[in-house]
Design a protein around this ligand. Structure first.
Ligand SMILES: Cc1cc2nc3c(=O)[nH]c(=O)nc-3n(C[C@H](O)[C@H](O)[C@H](O)COP(=O)(O)OP(=O)(O)OC[C@H]3O[C@@H](n4cnc5c(N)ncnc54)[C@H](O)[C@@H]3O)c2cc1C
Length: 439
């Protein structure tokens, strides 16, 4: 059964997470008639719902920092950007800053600093004394490289002192990632976009070497000459539906992650003066959370076995092993944090690319595009990723040979020229990548 005509939708977008909704909004603003199909119950119910939604700029590559810096400006201008209200309210950008703890020469903050200088990302360099002054309850010891609490050496005293921190005042977090996706959906709808939930795509239609639409799980065929894969952790499965398995130099794979929530200790003041903290020395990051809580995530230290997962069959519960690893590590940095009895947290899947850098690109199948491989670090970039994808799709459909002459997109807020070829499906793994959630 065929539904609609070839011209009913200019683009079908697989997925309505924060990035799928941003792609819809950006295309709809350009006059495209878009349809998002999502098997979930609503916008942002997939991996977006468990996002830490940290907004930071500490990426290892120029294009990575540019995207994040540009991306923050969308959150800062959220209401104006969306142009319409949402009956559920708007997600808020809480600009609480971020301190990237530094152990000295060769660490991540050293890698980031010259990129920030080039791009104009403001920062302050804090000494260990500055850190002690601002956060007296922070333990400034060096404990790394991170190890498991099941290892006896975990309990050894510090081996030295932190050098200080690189502080970025413009960083922060978005208080409700699912609501952010909903906001984008409402903004897209105001421009004519259509969203359909509880609708699973089972295959991609290919005819005459071109993508021609999708087939739903119930057999309905829906036509469109452009299909965009924004299926998050299901991205590899959707590429396979399009007959593109193995066609890209960079692949994607789902990896399970846990974020834990503990009450903020009174002496740290996470509720009012708290900041995000990136602590590679302990393999964790922390951010303030609603209701005077702290979220603790992991930075994928080598000692933690990667938890590769089946996106349709993974353990959704917090495990004692990960809880203890992350909460005990956080206690080394903030001893007053304590170890609560209740193991609260969320579990989600990263869609990890071969080099932890996303793929924003066309594919070998004309009309089939991908915004995938977001590797646990692209929530912050939703707005600019939507803009980049819409520009790319328009240019390629107008005849641009993006593989030969990669598109450059100017960031609307910062004026940064973003080389979209950097996010190519056929790149060599970027040697400067941190090969972790840092990107
Ligand atoms: C635990 C965790 C912490 C994170 N922390 C941060 C952070 O602090 N900062 C940051 O910037 N980023 C972070 N991220 C990453 C960020 O959240 C993701 O990059 C972003 O949410 C991905 O959005 P998306 O729209 O691409 O995918 P998703 O939100 O996963 O949406 C994909 C959608 O596709 C749908 N779908 C899949 N297959 C089909 C199909 N066959 N048919 C129909 N629908 C389908 C799914 O139902 C889903 O709704 C984190 C991610 C996780 C999991």
């Amino acid at each position: 059964m065929a539904e609609g005509t070839a011209s009913e939708y200019d683009a079908i977008i697989v997925g309505a997470g924060v990035i799928g909704c941003a792609v819809a909004y950006e295309l709809a603003r350009r006059g495209w008639r878009t349809l998002n199909l999502d098997k979930g119950a609503g916008a942002g119910y997939g991996s977006t719902s468990s996002s830490g939604s940290i907004i930071r700029f500490s990426y290892s590559t120029t294009a990575g920092v540019m995207m994040a810096w540009e991306g923050m400006h969308y959150w800062r201008n959220w209401e104006q950007y969306l142009e319409v209200p949402d009956e559920n309210g708007l997600a808020r950008f809480i600009q609480c800053g971020m301190a990237t703890l530094s152990v000295g020469p060769g660490d991540h903050s050293e890698r980031v600093k010259p990129l920030w200088d080039d791009i104009g990302v403001p920062y302050e360099e804090w000494t260990a004394a500055d850190l002690a002054d601002r956060y007296p309850s922070l333990d400034l010891g060096r404990y790394g490289p991170p190890i498991s609490p099941t290892d006896e050496a975990f309990w050894e005293p510090a081996t030295g002192q932190l050098a200080g921190a690189l502080y970025s005042p413009d960083s922060g977090y978005v208080d409700d990632p699912t609501l952010a996706a909903h906001n984008l959906m409402r903004a897209a709808e105001a421009k004519g976009a259509v969203f359909r939930f509880g609708t699973e795509i089972a295959s991609i239609v290919r005819r005459d070497d071109r993508c021609q639409g999708v087939v739903l799980r119930d057999g309905t065929e829906m036509s469109s000459e452009v299909v965009v894969n924004v299926a998050g952790p299901h991205s590899a499965i959707v590429n396979e539906m399009a007959g593109l398995a193995g066609s890209m130099a960079i692949s994607t794979r789902p990896m399970r992650h846990e974020i834990h929530q503990v009450p903020a200790p009174e002496d740290f003041g996470f509720g009012h003066s708290g900041t995000n903290i990136a602590d590679d020395d302990n393999g964790i990051y922390l951010r303030p959370h609603l209701g005077s809580n702290v979220l603790i995530g992991g930075t994928d230290p080598e000692c933690d076995e990667p938890d590769w997962a089946d996106p349709d069959d993974f353990n959704p519960e917090v495990t004692s092993e990960r809880w203890e690893a992350q909460v005990y590590r956080a206690n080394k940095r903030i001893p007053s944090l304590g170890v609560p009895h209740k193991k609260l947290g969320v579990v989600g899947l990263y869609d990890v690319s071969s080099d932890w850098i996303p793929i924003y690109d066309r594919t070998d199948l004309d009309g089939f595009y991908v915004a995938i491989g977001t590797s646990g670090n692209q929530f912050k970039n939703a707005g600019i990723a939507g803009h980049v994808m819409a520009e790319l799709i328009e240019e390629v459909e107008d005849g641009l040979d993006h593989d030969q002459n990669p598109l450059v997109v100017r960031g609307p807020y910062t004026g940064c020229d973003i080389d979209v070829g950097f996010f190519s499906r056929n790149r060599d793994r970027h040697p400067d990548s941190s090969m972790s959630v840092h990107g």
